[in-house]
Design a protein around this ligand. Structure first.
Ligand code: PLP
Ligand code: TYF
Length: 393
């Protein structure tokens, strides 16, 4: 039986990790996988996470199952973090296996509710969005998003394309810190997107994987909150991997906002059912850490302060890289790096140039020229800038 299996193409981002490890050159620079690294190249366990884990270890008296939907306190703390004002009569939620689990469950839920749907995704988007939809056999179309000339958003094209969505289709939107481009909508542009969704009757699925990595915890959720207040039905897949630095704990949440309390109850039942079909109870440890931090004033303040340090470190690196490239190129054509937000920027280089950076300068980035800003530090920024100019980018 197993010999009938077809070989699967590996994840290109994860493949880079192995390739980087195997490179023996001194001074190699890893700008590949989207994991935060401090200036020493370490992905730290955040202070508040350590403190919460200690508290859990000291006080937890059982490891018996929690609820199928996860702990209610975790879900309500997360709903508050994402939405600020929680419309309890419209809100259903389940704890999920990371943000990816939330995306998968959201797509399953949407298909259960509307089997004929098409999903509209940005071009480009996180490769796992596409691979999950292909695996599920869900039809999808891409909407134009990235403007290669400006490295910003081609908003006119995006509007034209999402206006083709039909009632009950899903429009997948990155809530902030677009992966892989780093180019984001302004709030005014979000308002226009909301108008289009209102007119078409398509349902937004907001992937919120980087809240706190762009402009701040509240600022990064502002678009999501606006959508939640404006539209009758909204799905939100939020991840705690990045902003709590608990990648391997697999912590996320799927939130569904329904039009009526009756529909909310149906959604809640279907989401718990989907958890049961896929993995039964969701993982608890990461959720418990998040809940402990978000519901304790001192821990929360310390976590938010550390997250701000992380965010400001990345912003500082963006400014430094843009300034360095301004000087070396004698132009402002790389200023988009300072305007992008989150961990990533798409440079707009060709695959050959990306290959050249790897082979000649030992600088690793994803083949579409996405670089992880957090892979840099003050000393490596000038090295990257020089290599970018040398590669003729
Ligand atoms: N969505 C996007 C755009 C991401 O970049 C990630 C990244 O890791 C996720 C979702 C989900 O992450 P996780 O499943 O590790 O929580
Ligand atoms: O885009 C990234 O780099 C992160 C991490 O299969 C990641 O989102 C990459 C690939 C993958 C899972 C997570």
């Amino acid at each position: 039986m197993l010999s009938n299996l077809q070989p699967q193409a590996p994840d290109k981002i994860l493949m880079l990790i192995e390739e980087f490890k195997a490179d023996t050159r001194q001074g190699k620079i890893d700008l590949g996988v989207g994991v935060y690294k401090d200036p020493e190249g370490v992905t730290p366990v955040m202070r508040a996470v350590k403190a919460a884990e200690q508290r859990i270890w000291e006080t937890q008296t059982t490891k018996a199952y929690t609820g199928l939907a996860g702990e209610p306190e975790y879900r309500s703390a997360m709903a508050k973090m994402v939405l600020a004002e929680v419309p309890a009569d419209r809100l259903a939620s389940v704890a999920t296996v990371g943000g990816t689990g939330a995306i998968r469950q959201a797509l399953e839920l949407a298909r259960m509710a509307h089997p004929g749907l098409t999903v509209h995704v940005s071009d480009p988007t996180w490769p796992n969005h596409l691979s999950i939809m292909k695996f599920m056999g869900l039809p999808y179309v891409e909407y134009r998003y990235f403007d290669v000339a400006t490295r910003g958003v081609d908003f006119e094209a995006m509007k034209q394309d999402i206006a083709r969505a039909k009632k009950g289709d899903i429009v997948l939107l990155h809530g902030c810190c677009h992966n892989p481009t780093g180019a984001n909508l302004t709030l005014d542009q979000w308002r226009e997107v909301i108008d289009i969704l209102q007119t078409t009757g398509a349902v937004p699925l907001i992937d919120l994987a980087y809240q706190g990595f762009g402009d701040g915890l509240d600022a990064d959720a502002e678009a999501t909150r606006l959508v939640a207040q404006s539209l009758p039905e909204v799905l939100i897949a939020a991840s705690c991997s990045k902003n709590f630095g608990i990648y391997r704990e697999r912590t996320g949440i799927l939130i569904a906002l329904a039009e009526t309390t009756q529909a909310r109850d149906l959604a809640q039942g279907a989401m718990a059912y989907l958890n049961r079909q896929n993995y039964s109870f969701p993982p608890d440890h990461g959720a418990r850490i998040v809940q402990t931090i978000l519901t304790d004033d001192a821990l929360r303040a310390d976590w938010a302060a550390e997250l701000e340090e992380v965010r400001n470190t990345m912003l500082g690196l963006r400014d430094q890289l843009a300034a360095e490239l301004r000087q070396l190129s004698g132009s402002d054509r790389f200023d988009f790096i300072a305007h992008h937000r989150g961990m990533f920027s798409r440079l707009g280089a060709t695959p050959e140039q990306v290959q050249q950076l790897k082979s000649e300068a030992a600088i690793y980035m994803v083949g579409d020229s996405r670089l992880n800003i957090a892979g840099l530090n003050q000393h490596t920024v000038p090295v990257l800038a020089r290599a970018i100019i040398d590669a003729g980018i």
